[in-house]
Design a protein around this ligand. Structure first.
Ligand code: PXP
Length: 246
């Protein structure tokens, strides 16, 4: 039988709301505690270069919380010297390397690993040597999966944003097949497969039709939904949706 697919909860946007007023409320660390109590298998946080949501201080407290709770912290980071040194200081369970552009509203597209192997490989190596699992956030393409394996990643996280935003059922199915094929290829190459971006109660369970997927990382929808039903309920409903996936 298939192992239960893990749910990682991204709490960045609790910090977005907090930062809108510059104070301490709502606290993303409290959100992380609530998420773990509600059944999240881990916490994801993205320390962006411009610190628009999660801050350096948040990462310190989140690391301590996850260590106490014996739950993984998935630290999303750009491929920069600054982020590498922060990751090496905190030693999260995993570091997910993402592309980052200051002007983007969210992570638009996956990391172009193919063609940038020389830049990414030393970072992946330094993280791995520190005992941090290396995940690469990539598009579901053959070239990117091959490059991810070549630079020594242990995990690939497929960007599901395109699948989630497509409205035409035919186009959506084509994108689903692209995700499924890339997941199968990654699995053959020994990479653990995760997926994330834009997932909700409908698209998250659909991803579980891809047997190689081991983990989903979900943020924006859950934080948005929590305005209406509370974070605990939003996460429990997501867990239930995933558990009832065919
Ligand atoms: N995974 C990665 C690598 C991301 O960058 C993001 C967005 O920060 C997510 C998952 C979660 O996406 P969303 O907030 O749309 O659920």
């Amino acid at each position: 039988m298939r192992e239960r697919v893990r749910l990682g909860v991204n709490i960045d946007h609790v910090a977005t709301v907090r930062n809108a007023r510059g104070g301490a409320h709502p606290d993303p660390v409290r959100a992380a505690e609530t998420a773990l109590t509600a059944g999240a298998d881990g916490i994801t946080a993205h320390l962006r270069e411009d610190r628009r949501h999660i801050t350096d201080a948040d990462i310190g407290v989140l690391s301590a919380l996850c260590a106490r709770a014996a739950k993984p912290l998935n630290f999303e980071m750009a491929v920069t010297d600054e982020m590498l040194s922060i990751a090496l200081r905190h030693r999260p369970h995993a570091a997910c390397l993402v592309p980052e552009r200051r002007e983007e509203v969210t992570t638009e597209g996956g990391l172009a690993v193919a063609g940038q192997e020389a830049r990414i490989k030393p970072v992946a190596q330094a993280l791995t040597e520190a005992g941090i699992r290396v995940s690469l956030f990539i598009e579901p393409s053959e070239a990117q999966v091959e490059a991810a394996a070549a630079v020594g990643a242990q995990v690939v996280e497929f960007h599901t944003g395109r699948y989630c935003h497509l409205t035409d059922p035919g186009e959506r199915e084509v994108e689903f097949e692209r995700l499924a094929a890339a997941a199968a290829q990654a699995d053959i190459l020994g990479l653990e497969v995760h997926a994330g971006h834009g997932l909700d109660y409908e698209t998250a369970p659909r991803m579980l039709a891809i047997p190689e997927i081991r983990e989903l990382n979900i943020g924006h929808f859950l934080i948005g939904e929590s305005i209406f039903v509370g974070l605990d309920t939003a996460i429990r409903r997501m867990r239930a949706a995933m558990d009832s996936a065919k």
